[in-house]
Design a binder for this molecule. Structure first.
Ligand code: IMP
Length: 420
């Protein structure tokens, strides 16, 4: 009877897709609990690359039930596209389940997202993924959203969609609105076999002692409550969101695994204390292939931020870490970890929760000697170069929790497991 949560400990793109895929091997049920198709989870199996935006990363195991939880905002078109793609690759997708109470992203939300972003002045832009995430969650919280189950009842769908003044606030006609209603009703018919009451289903699974893995999207620093607001996403990727987005309560959760890159990246706008805008940052981006899975945008890169890591441990109650992309650091002469910040001549070792204040801090670094060796063939922790082990040890010191999984390449086998 285990419930584990997997969370991004940074600004997203930590490699959660690969770690979820690995942990799915020991799970009966994998659940996505927040976010939507702003997420991009990459899984590599026997050289084949799968990029998933809506479907939980456990889907490649046919015996693992994959649930899109109530806290997710669903793009039906993207979801159906992924189902079709997986089917053409030979996956049955019979193991997919979609919560009847998850909210739906409408094309109007996407239009609003783009419109809002382009009307923001320089310095206030968020750099959203333009997938309509913010407007869809806004409608949910405003109690006027469309839920998955509403797609199945034409009259309800019509009432909900026509109940909004789309033709006044967007450059669309009533004919466009009618088309969306027709399209979304059709989508509902396609996804009907997958729709379930996910809250009751998950409690049944829990009662049957099934192993449940809750898969977070984005990351702690993009959390609408705990991230660098307003440069955040519109949901709670943190541990609390795992409960509200699935219906499983906090005392059911046994483990909270934080996924962190061996360095750090961010896509979109907002403060980033350890950002490297020099050739070292460029080297991280090039070696790490740091370009967005969803938008293709180059990611901003920097040294690992220990202050953020510690904060992430605190707000999520992380119990262990999965460190990813350690292999990318081979060949750097020296490697740094930010252990504290300086602001107005004062040293602080906590994360200022105000984005403006965070944009003013200067990182204080601890410097480590690098290593030259290629790590991708290593499977035992003891075989890692000594300097590399010193680096990992310091990450564990800062976090106060063990790094049980170390990833040294994007395929399943390029993984070092410890303390098992
Ligand atoms: P939104 O989620 O599209 O509203 O975007 C809000 C912010 O979160 C922007 O800075 C995005 O770049 C960022 N973001 C959203 N999803 C992801 C993700 O999966 N990985 C990394 N950044 C993301």
């Amino acid at each position: 009877m285990t419930v584990k949560v997997l969370i991004g400990a940074q600004w997203g793109d930590e490699g959660k897709g690969k770690i979820t895929d690995l942990l799915s091997n020991e799970a009966d049920v994998v659940v996505r609990y927040q976010g939507g198709n702003n997420a991009g989870h990459t899984i590599v199996v026997e050289g084949e690359v799968f990029k998933l935006h809506m479907i939980p990363s456990g889907i490649l195991y046919e015996n693992v039930e994959c649930v899109i939880g109530n806290g997710v905002v669903v793009s039906p078109a993207v979801l159906i596209g992924e189902i079709d793609k997986l089917k053409t690759k030979g996956y049955s997708v019979n193991n997919l389940k979609i919560s009847n109470t998850a909210h739906v992203i409408l094309p109007f939300h996407e239009m609003m997202d783009k419109q809002q972003e382009s009307s923001r002045s320089e310095g206030t832009k968020i750099g959203t993924t333009s997938r309509g995430i913010g407007p869809a969650y806004t409608d949910k919280v405003s109690r006027r959203g469309v839920r998955v189950k509403d797609l199945l009842v034409k009259e309800t769908l019509e009432t909900l969609i026509n109940g909004r003044n789309w033709t006044e606030i967007l450059d669309v006609t009533q004919a466009d609105v009618d088309k969306v209603i027709a399209d979304y009703y059709a989508y509902g018919q396609i996804i009907k076999p997958y729709i379930i009451d996910s809250v009751n289903y998950l409690h049944e699974q829990y009662a049957q002692k099934k192993r449940i893995l809750l898969e977070g999207a984005q990351g702690t620093m993009l959390d609408v409550d705990f991230g660098t607001y307003p440069f955040v996403t519109s949901s709670n990727p943190t541990a609390g969101g795992a409960c509200t987005g699935s219906g499983l309560g906090p005392t059911m959760i046994r483990e909270v695994i934080g996924v962190a890159k061996a360095y750090i990246t961010r896509v979109g706008e907002g403060p980033f204390p350890t950002e490297l805008t020099n050739e070292t940052g460029e080297m991280l981006r090039t070696k790490g292939g740091e370009f967005g899975t969803t938008t293709g945008r180059p990611r901003r890169c920097g040294w690992l931020d220990g202050v953020i890591l510690k904060y992430s441990v605190n707000v999520n109650s992380l119990t262990s870490l999965a460190i990813t992309k350690l292999d990318i650091l081979s060949g750097f002469k020296e490697i740094k970890i930010c252990t504290a910040y300086e602001i107005n001549g004062k040293k602080i070792d906590y994360l200022p929760t105000d984005a403006k204040e965070l944009s003013l801090v200067k990182p204080i670094y601890q410097t480590f000697a690098g290593w030259e060796e290629d790590l991708t063939g290593i499977r035992e922790y003891s075989a890692l170069p000594a300097n590399c082990k010193k680096y990992i040890k310091e990450i564990e010191n800062i976090a106060g929790i063990p790094a049980n999984i170390i990833s040294i390449g994007n395929s399943r086998d390029k993984t070092i497991y410890r303390y098992v």
